[in-house]
Design a protein around this ligand. Structure first.
Ligand SMILES: Cc1ncc(COP(=O)(O)O)c(C=O)c1O
Length: 299
């Protein structure tokens, strides 16, 4: 969909699933994939607004999904989100509202909006009593792990170490879940977070979801101070390790990937930064074969 990140797999899919659910709840029968773009369904979708907060990419996915199926979208972004995201969100037909200085403040604004307007709240994070939409978002991301599994299975070549960068942990949780469930050769999984927002590590240490404090990171899409409850629960059961990286580590990784012809951002390069930091230690392992996922292209 040319949205520039893996997030298209989650938000668009979740819009489709939630739309189908609302359609079916009205006694209209089952909505098959080929029905989604029918005029009747688009007409139905027209009155639905999907609202979310975003550091950029999740909002783009929700807006693109809403646009595709004929619905409306409203996306809350903090003052820290680059202006380029704002214009790309507008191009996807979203109403964009700047709210707060942090990602968490924009989430609070989206929650309030949904409560006041009756819009459907489609967050990528999850918390107590709010899991349905984010579970769908994460289900969408599982495609990444399944495509990787097929590739590794066909070549019979498996990574020994998988580095997953995390914001609220939706991607990391979805991929770790699929690896532990479906991959026939098991790697070490390392969750990579900015050192100013290690909410998943802190939650893992505490055995419950906790909020961390920290300065603003240059890894904008990973700068989440509170984890997704679903992601935290999965990671607690998935035998993973955690590492934090600095803004400088992320810049160095971005520059390296750029030289390799993979233009990305500090958020996109964070997995690679995690690998670089652990390289001298982990590359001692026989048959060392690391996997990193570059999660977005350069902005
Ligand atoms: C490019 C990029 N990488 C990684 C992430 C982290 O995903 P999650 O918040 O699901 O942990 C995001 C989230 O927005 C992202 O946009």
């Amino acid at each position: 969909m040319n949205l520039g990140s893996f997030k298209a797999l989650g938000g668009v899919y979740a819009v489709a699933k939630l739309l189908a659910e609302q359609w079916e709840a009205g006694g209209r029968g089952k909505l098959e994939p080929e029905d989604f773009l029918n005029a009747e369904v688009k007409n139905f979708a027209q009155s639905i607004t999907y609202v979310c907060a975003s550091a950029g990419n999740h909002g783009l996915a929700v807006a693109a999904g809403a646009k595709l199926f004929g619905a409306q979208s409203r996306v809350y972004i903090s003052q820290e989100v680059p202006g380029s995201f704002e214009s790309r969100l507008n191009d996807q037909g979203a109403e964009v509202i700047r709210a707060g200085m942090t990602y968490e403040e924009s989430v609070a604004a989206a929650i309030e909006d949904a409560a006041l307007t009756g819009a459907v709240h489609l967050a990528d994070g999850s918390w107590e009593n709010y899991t349905q939409a984010p579970r769908l978002v994460m289900e969408g991301y599982t495609v990444v792990a399944e495509e990787l599994r097929e590739e590794f299975e066909s070549k019979n070549e498996w990574p020994t170490h998988v580095y997953l960068q995390a914001g609220v942990g939706g991607l990391a949780g979805a991929i770790a879940y699929m690896i532990r469930k479906n991959w026939s050769v098991q790697p070490l999984i390392i969750i990579v977070e900015p050192n100013s927002a290690p909410c998943l590590k802190a939650s893992n240490d505490a055995g419950r979801c906790v909020r961390v404090e920290g300065i603003v990171s240059n890894m904008g899409r990973l700068d989440c101070k509170e984890p997704s409850m679903i992601a935290h629960s999965i990671l607690q059961l998935s035998n993973v390790e955690f590492i934090t990286i600095s803004d400088d580590d992320a810049i160095a990784a971005t520059n390296y990937l750029d030289k390799q012809g993979i233009p990305t951002t500090p958020s996109g390069a964070a997995g690679y930064a995690g690998l670089s930091k652990l390289l001298s230690l982990q590359s001692q392992v026989a048959g060392f074969l690391p996997l990193v996922i570059v999660t977005e292209g350069a902005l």
